[in-house]
Design a protein around this ligand. Structure first.
Ligand SMILES: [Zn+2]
Length: 438
């Protein structure tokens, strides 16, 4: 009887404590700068209701958090590059009022995030540059110009409030993958006929849907997402290359990984209730048609990259793997995900943080991509045109001499001899000659 009573009392006591900490006190504030917005993340001690409104003359944003007090230090935010001049706080009864004095007008968007393995209750306030919406609307789909570049959307995983995996020596996935992504972009941009487009260029978060949306906006021919794993077992190691599976993961590790990568939005925040679900209805209709083609390309590119990485790194599996990564669900664009290694493995983390290894990794991905597109360039691209030119041929007719053929095709006699490995200038009627690119 007695122990029961004690535990009952303890329970009651616990409830009281819980009720006290229920208030959404603002314990900490973090800020992340993205090209079109700034994100402020407020760590709250509990769930709380909030309200946001704007005032002009001068421009201000007011954030009211009910039943809360401020225990965070707002002076260390580093607002220099943000549209916020300073943040003031005050109390309005039980409500905590934060006033953001602005340098210019911005569009606020706020939402709350539930606790996850990393953070507790959070309140997210995104401040969008006023002209970002206009710009987004004005960006018409680029026309398919003849001789266009092959566009590769390069997606560095995680970012901002979501560090991704954290390895030994505090190596962070979000930093490693951004460095590799930037190097890959550099390589592609230096190659005639290719263009790399980063989904994120700095340390901020983009929702999983936002990443594929960016790829579509750029009319990407390929979406490649770059990550570095962590596993509870520090001995786990090896790089892996993934394509989307429609029928579930090909391994236990695949299920585990997909679950982990897919939960990024719980940490980084989706940013909005999706207004794009109508896209999904259309997508599911188009899925069967476009999926087959893009899946074949995805596999071919993934296989190439897998083979290239294998030359210098240990692979997790001897083949390309499959799992249901949200970020790969873009039915019309071939999409692959490269896990560059286990950041939780001290040996691999040490390598992954070095510039030379990051370059090696970027190079392996670069070669896998270009090898595929040189073989199978999309129509009307510069690479396709160059290839067509390279593949010109000529069938010898009566009266032809090698020098006549050379001048007919606007190439030099020497180059004609060379590409056809001719030892003499004797040719036969009906013989097919390769015409070099002029
Ligand atoms: Zn990741």
């Amino acid at each position: 009887m007695f122990p029961k009573l004690v535990s009952g009392l303890l329970g009651l006591l616990f409830l009281c404590v819980a009720a006290v900490t229920q208030a959404g006190d603002v314990k900490k504030v973090r800020m992340w700068l993205a090209p079109d917005h700034v994100r402020l993340v407020f760590d709250l001690s509990g769930p709380s209701a909030h309200k946001v409104f704007t005032l002009s003359n001068p421009h201000r944003i007011v954030l009211d958090v009910e039943n809360a007090k401020l225990t965070a230090d707002l002076t260390k935010l580093g607002l220099d590059k943000s549209p916020v001049q300073r943040i003031r706080s005050g109390k309005n009864g039980k409500t905590l009022r934060l006033v953001l004095d602005l340098k210019r007008a911005v569009r606020p968007k706020s939402f709350e995030l539930k606790p996850n393995q990393k953070y507790g209750h959070r309140l997210v306030l995104d401040l969008y540059e006023k002209d970002s919406l206009v710009k987004a609307k004005k960006t018409a789909k680029p026309k398919a110009v003849a001789g266009r570049d092959i566009v590769i959307a390069i997606d560095a995983g995680h970012g901002g409030d979501d560090p991704g995996a954290i390895g030994s020596g505090r190596v962070r996935e979000k930093d490693v993958v951004l460095a590799i992504a930037k190097e890959l972009k550099r390589r592609l941009d230096q190659t005639p006929g290719y263009k790399g487009k980063l989904t994120r260029t700095g340390d901020y978060y983009i929702s999983l849907r936002g990443r594929t949306k960016a790829a579509r906006k750029h009319n990407a021919d390929l979406f490649v997402s770059i990550h570095a794993d962590a596993f509870k077992d520090h001995r786990a190691r090896g790089a892996s290359v993934w394509v989307l599976s429609s029928r579930g993961a090909s391994s236990e590790m695949g299920r585990w990984l997909a679950r982990k990568e897919n939960s990024a939005d719980l940490i980084g925040g989706v940013g909005s209730v999706s207004l794009d679900d109508k896209d999904n209805v259309l997508a599911s209709v188009l899925l069967d048609m476009s999926m087959t083609a893009s899946r074949e390309d995805s596999r071919s590119i993934a296989k190439g990259i897998h083979g290239n990485i294998k030359r210098f790194a240990r692979m997790h599996k001897s083949h390309v793997e499959q799992a249901g990564f949200v970020v790969l669900k873009s039915p019309d664009i071939p999409s692959i995900l490269v896990e560059t290694g286990f950041i939780s493995n001290p040996g691999e983390a040490a390598k992954l943080k070095t510039r030379s290894y990051q370059k090696k990794m970027a190079d392996a991905v670069y070669k896998g991509i270009t090898q595929h597109f040189e073989r199978k360039p999309p129509a009307l691209t510069y690479v396709a045109q160059r290839k067509a030119k390279d593949n010109r041929s000529y069938k010898v007719v009566r009266g032809d001499t090698l020098s006549v053929i050379a001048s007919k095709n606007g190439v030099s006699l020497a180059s004609l001899r060379k590409v056809n490995s001719l030892k003499s200038d004797r040719i036969k009627i009906g013989q097919v000659l390769r015409i070099p690119a002029s």
